[in-house]
Design a binder for this molecule. Sequence first.
Ligand code: NIG
Ligand code: FE
Length: 416
Amino acid sequence: MIRADLVVAGAAQVVTCDPARGEGGVGIIENGAVAAAGERIVWIGPGARLAAEVDLAPGGRRVDARGRVVLPGFVDSHTHLVFAGSRAHEYALRARGASYQEIAAAGGGILATVKATRAATLDELVALGRPRLDLMLTHGTTTCEAKSGYGLTTADEIKMLEAIRRLDAAHAVDVVPTFCGAHEVPPEFKGRTGAYVDLVVDEMLPEVARRGLARYVDVFCEAGVFSVAESRRILEAGARHGLRAKFHADEFATLGGAELAAEVHALSADHLLAASVEGVGRMKAAGVTAALLPGTAFFLGLPYAPARRFLETGVRVALASDFNPGSSAGLNLQLVMTMAVSQMKMTLEEALLGITLHAAHAMGLEEDVGSLAPGKLCDLALCDVPDWREVAYFYGVNHVQSVVKRGRVVWGGDRT
Ligand code: NIG
Ligand code: FE
């Protein structure tokens, strides 16, 4: 008998996303059940075998899934969770025809959020982040990445990363920090991008690493922002400090960001709206995950990344929200799945793997999250649908009815 202190039983389907249950599929166990001891899964299988194989410890919790669908907790590998201010007025301007780049050139865009974020205190940033994390959790996200990049001074970048650290410590969602000091050139360095890159490399990165505030390094590698050469310098400096690269590549212009991601063996290259298919092929060969963010194309009204052409190269495709105040003010990964299927013609299986296992790969966390198997963290999203595909099909609403994080029911739940 396997000893457990949490049992989730009575599910119509447990969707494991475990490649060991069939490559490319999502590994469905009909009438399945899951058991955990502490934070990790110790057993998973058909509910009919549960009683014979699993012993619920005295005081343990049994969750009745009531014919719902159990999915791995969702993984959001690209978010700008922490920021101050709102840019709803830019949304209104875009509706009247202004482009994201035009708004940025006129002093709006990232720099508008930088101004507001610099003016905010650490406590204020934490207070702003908490309800956003609550929304993520109630929509099924149990692990997310969060970037700095609206500070753009050493002190303000550290303030943002401290806010991320506090949010991670205080919230059920695991929040993994990225240093993105090269998100934009701040106004005081206008026309002196090289000097700003020096500051990022010589001062910010060492200080962030010394304080242990980041796990990844990101750069906005984009026409008019940071060139491929500048991005390479920053990513290589990050690597010397032990930070894995995952960065904004070929979002608006075809700059060679995908090729750079392959060259530096990034964990992921993100956006890729304008990436060359050849560059993405090189990413595949180098083991880099392509993180597509359809919410950004949707929100900005741009053509979607050519996901099918990328998938033909064999590259692993993750899907993330890009939650941020300018280009994608949304964090519902169920809706991201719908966008991926309806707009990028990904299969439902590819879309679900995109917000679970493949997103875990994009964060280097595939040993712990993104699929359901013994040894993995017991992170579950229980969805009130009879068939897992309805999570994307019946779109624009929240199907997540309860959430288990690290073996504990942290939201909702019919608890018995
Ligand atoms: O991923 N491209 C750079 N960063 C964000 C936008 C951030 C913002 O507009 O505040 C993105 O699209
Ligand atoms: Fe982004």
